[in-house]
Every structure is written in structure tokens, then in C-alpha cells.
Design a protein around this ligand. Structure first.
Ligand code: DP6
Length: 375
């Protein structure tokens, strides 16, 4: 019986966004990026792999559907892990020549801007590394699957250093702090749509690299300073500083999309209402209590401290009424927090049509990938 390796890997949500490549094939970014890894108890990709001498071809199933193994990114990950295993002599050549089966699934919507490819490739590479007994860093190999996947190889807050080497030897992820550093940090993901997005991140960033002047300015003059500042804010657990940089970086990323030619936008009216809501809530509080960030899709990711969670949920329920009895997942008990008239007056946003936000996922900062079983 062949060994079946099963790995679980987390989603990560960038607070300093990766947008734009200096090398399309090697997936080398123009700028450093930084993200938080989310708890795999709530959102995860799960991948099983096995190799056998009697398999005729490499095959892959994604969320129960057989897909082609012809994708360059997929093949590059497999080739790179095998190369590493050969260099480290961790398995024999016969085993390396066997074909493999891969079976992968997410427990959250694919391609809805919820970082599914990041978790998926981090998981695949973790499972393959275990299969071929590779023990060294594999974040640069996960990067070959999807750039942001390299950050899902570690837990806590993670930086992807863009590097300068043309071959990408210095373009990998490193952990800034582990998941225990800022235990009060919470994340709410507001799922406003789960259909496939129109412009993929890969295509979108290509257009931006070719046409956006703002992207050039961002890469040279904005991101390096922001990376330093947000790392300091994380070390110091300075939430308002962290939140301000996070929101500004999300806004600039979406401004780059609009500065691209032709322009494209991932934000919908609901996303804009959420942005307005968070700013007016922070203003009403007299300090920055909540940060939003949006990836290549309309779903919002809100960062806040634990003390803020229940009032924010009450506010969301008030502004975005829902007919879904399981509107919030990831929390066993949610007390009703009455919203004061002062807060509601200060916010001054009318309740919206029902079900504009489909559901909310409550989660926190988590660890990197893990192996479930290996035999
Ligand atoms: C907006 O990693 O999906 O989520 O490298 O082409 O696969 P490829 O792109 P991908 O881009 C993620 C973009 C982002 C920002 C981020 O996660 O940093």
C-alpha cells in the first residue's frame, strides 16, 4: 500500500499587497509584501498526494473534479520539489520517477478573492515536500504555484522578500512573528459574493505592470517605507498604526487597478459601503479600531482586536441585514451588543437591502501548514 500524505494549509491575507511581477515565469514580485496567516481550524486547503510505480500519468483532482496536470505552475512545483529531493538525496531515483495522484479541496469559495490559490499551492508543496522527504524551506517552490502562496508556508505575520536576483534565489517568505505574538488580533471576512471574479490577479497585475504609473511610484517610494512601518507596528502591537497602513495599502492597490489601462475594479458598491462604514465607525470611536483590506475581489477582510468583535458584528447585522440564520461562522456564542444612538447617528449609513453580505467568517491568526497523516 503506497503512503498517502495529507497536508492542511492556511489562507493568508496581505496587509501590504503583492501586485506586479518582475518575472512572469518564476513569479518574482516587484515589491515586498506582508500578510497574516489565518487559523486553519476555520479556513483551509487540504491536499493528499501519493506516488506509485503503476500510475501511468500524474493526475490531479480539485474540489472533486479531475483537472489537467498540464498547468506550467503545477508542473514547476512538482519538478522543483523533485530537484530538491534529488539534490538532498532524500529519496531514491526510482521513487522520483513514479507518477503521482493529487487530491485537493478548500472549505471556502475558490477564486472569489479569498486567497484559495495561496492555501492550495502551499498545501500541495507541503504535502509533496513530505512525500519526497524534503526538509528545507519550500516557500520559494510554493511561490512558483502562486506568488502569494509562499506566505502561507509560515504562521503568524509573514513577509515575502521580493529579492533582486534574476533567478529568484532571494525571493522567499520569512516569519516576522509567530501566531502567539498578538493573541488579541481577530479577523472577520465578509463574503459579499462567491462567484468567480472577472479579472484574475495574474491577468490584472500584468495590465498594471504594463500601464500603471502609480504602480511604479508605489513600488519605489511607498512600499519599502510601509513594510518597515508595519513591521514596527506589529512588533509594538500598535493597532491603530497597523490598521492605518493596512487600509492605505488596500486603497492604493485598488487605485493601481483603476490607474491601469484599461482599468478594472474588484470593489463593488457593497465593498465601498463597508469602507465608508469602517471609517465612520473609527471616527465615532475617536480612534482607529477596525481596518479593512480587499484582495482581488469584493469580499472585505476586517482586522480588529478581540474587544471589538461583538460590537462590529452587531453593526454589520444592523447595516447589512441578513436572512441567513448562520450569518456568522467561527463563533459559538455571539451576544447582542446594543448600538448606542450616538454611534448610529455618527455612522449615518442607512440599513442596506437584505443579504448583500452573504456570511461572515470569524477567525484569528494561525500557524503554518501541517501534516495530517503519512501512512
Ligand atoms: C491581491 O498570488 O494570486 O491577493 O502570483 O499571479 O498567482 P499570482 O497572483 P496571486 O496574487 C495575489 C494578489 C493579492 C495581494 C496579495 O495577496 O498580496
Amino acid at each position: 500500500m503506497a503512503d498517502i500524505i495529507t497536508a492542511v494549509a492556511p489562507v493568508n491575507i496581505a496587509v501590504i499587497k503583492y501586485w506586479g511581477k518582475r518575472d512572469e515565469e518564476l513569479i518574482l514580485p516587484l515589491n515586498d509584501s506582508l500578510s497574516a496567516t489565518l487559523d486553519t481550524n476555520i479556513m483551509y486547503a487540504k491536499t493528499s498526494v501519493c506516488a506509485r510505480p503503476d500510475f501511468a500519468t500524474d493526475e490531479i483532482w480539485l474540489n472533486g473534479k479531475k483537472e489537467s496536470f498540464e498547468s506550467e505552475r503545477l508542473k514547476n512545483c512538482l519538478i522543483s520539489i523533485k530537484k530538491k529531493a534529488a539534490a538532498e538525496k532524500s529519496v531514491n531515483n526510482d521513487f522520483l520517477s513514479w507518477k503521482i495522484r493529487v487530491c485537493s479541496e478548500n472549505n471556502f469559495p475558490t477564486a472569489a478573492g479569498l486567497a484559495s490559490s495561496a492555501a492550495g499551492y502551499a498545501c500541495l508543496v507541503t504535502a509533496l515536500a513530505k512525500l519526497y522527504k524534503v526538509n528545507s524551506d519550500v516557500s520559494a517552490i510554493a511561490r512558483l504555484g502562486s506568488g502569494s502562496a509562499c506566505r502561507s508556508i509560515y504562521g503568524g505575520f509573514v513577509q515575502w522578500c521580493a529579492g533582486v536576483d534574476p533567478q529568484g534565489v532571494d525571493s522567499f517568505a520569512t516569519q516576522i512573528v509567530d501566531s502567539s505574538h498578538w493573541p488579541e488580533m481577530r479577523v472577520l471576512i465578509l463574503v459579499v459574493a462567491d462567484h468567480k471574479k472577472k479579472t484574475s490577479s495574474t491577468d490584472g497585475m500584468k495590465i498594471s505592470v504594463q500601464t500603471s504609473e502609480l504602480l511604479k511610484h508605489r513600488v519605489q517610494h511607498i512600499v519599502p517605507k510601509r513594510i518597515d512601518e508595519i513591521i514596527d507596528a506589529i512588533y509594538d502591537k500598535n493597532f491603530s498604526k497597523f490598521a492605518e497602513i493596512t487600509m492605505k495599502d488596500s486603497n492604493q492597490f485598488h487605485a493601481v487597478c483603476m490607474d491601469s489601462y484599461p482599468p478594472f475594479s474588484y470593489l463593488t458598491d457593497v465593498s465601498h459601503t463597508i469602507i465608508q462604514l469602517i471609517h465612520s465607525y473609527n471616527k465615532a470611536c475617536g480612534e482607529v479600531k477596525v481596518a479593512y483590506t480587499f484582495d482581488a475581489g469584493p469580499n472585505a477582510c476586517l482586522y480588529m482586536l478581540q474587544s471589538e468583535v461583538f460590537v462590529v458584528i452587531s453593526l454589520l447585522k444592523h447595516i447589512f441585514p441578513s436572512s441567513n440564520p448562520e450569518f456568522v461562522t467561527g463563533l459559538t456564542f455571539i451576544p447582542e451588543v446594543p448600538l448606542s444612538t450616538e454611534i448610529l447617528q455618527a455612522i449615518d449609513i442607512e440599513p442596506q437591502a437584505t443579504d448583500l453580505i452573504k456570511y461572515v467568517i470569524h477567525t484569528k491568526i494561525g500557524d503554518g501548514p501541517s501534516i495530517l497523516s503519512d501512512g
